[in-house]
Design a protein around this ligand. Structure first.
Ligand SMILES: Nc1nc2c(ncn2[C@@H]2O[C@H](COP(=O)(O)OP(=O)(O)O)[C@@H](O)[C@H]2O)c(=O)[nH]1
Ligand SMILES: [Mg+2]
Length: 168
């Protein structure tokens, strides 16, 4: 048993539910209102696992500030959560890739997990982000608590190279 600590950046367009996701994991409350995040925010999420404590230092990158240079955050990140929403229309799809490419320019081999949030709102087929597959893509709902732990579990397993990690 040894404790682990990872720095995770959370990227995606404004309004997809990044702040809500962090808040839900932290306090188990659902944030109804949309409070625009204007500068990167930092939260530590600590989970107990069968390998000891796992700390995720999650940095939310504000989605409205796509033209601001957050390269410094990308440099220190161990992993990425790329978030989009279930209703992502054609015009928004390109942004998913733009965010990921910005991070990849700094670290081309960084593990990325894709989240399609708000699946409580939209039924049916969801846009598959480029790079997403059956292992690294999770359809989640912060409102209904669907698959909220899976993205972090995926990153923990990937970053520690230990597929047997479980949260307990
Ligand atoms: N229906 C639904 N709404 C959500 C969900 N997650 C977040 N929201 C709403 O989406 C809005 C934007 O969320 P926010 O976390 O501020 O987005 P951010 O800009 O990505 O940080 C808020 O009104 C949230 O209540 C979800 O799973 N389902
Ligand atoms: Mg936010």
């Amino acid at each position: 048993m040894h404790n682990m600590e990872f720095t995770i950046i959370l990227v995606g367009n404004g309004g997809v539910g990044k702040s809500t996701y962090i808040k839900k994991l932290l306090t188990n409350t659902f944030q109804q209102q949309y409070l625009t995040t204007v500068s990167p925010t930092y939260q530590s999420l600590v989970f107990n696992s069968n390998r000891g404590l796992i700390t995720f230092n999650v940095i939310e990158i504000p989605g409205q500030e796509i033209f601001t240079d957050f390269t410094g955050y990308y440099t220190i990140a161990d992993g990425v959560i790329s978030m989009n929403e279930a209703s992502t229309g054609i015009s928004m799809q390109q942004w998913i890739e733009k965010w990921v490419n910005k991070v990849k320019q700094v670290n081309n081999s960084i593990p990325i997990v894709y989240c399609t949030n708000k699946i409580d709102c939209t039924k049916g087929k969801y846009y598959t982000p480029k790079g997403a597959n059956g292992n690294n893509w999770f359809k989640i709902s912060c409102k209904n608590n669907t698959n909220l732990y899976q993205p972090l579990l995926y990153l923990a397993r990937n970053l520690s190279n230990d597929p047997s990690i479980q949260f307990i």
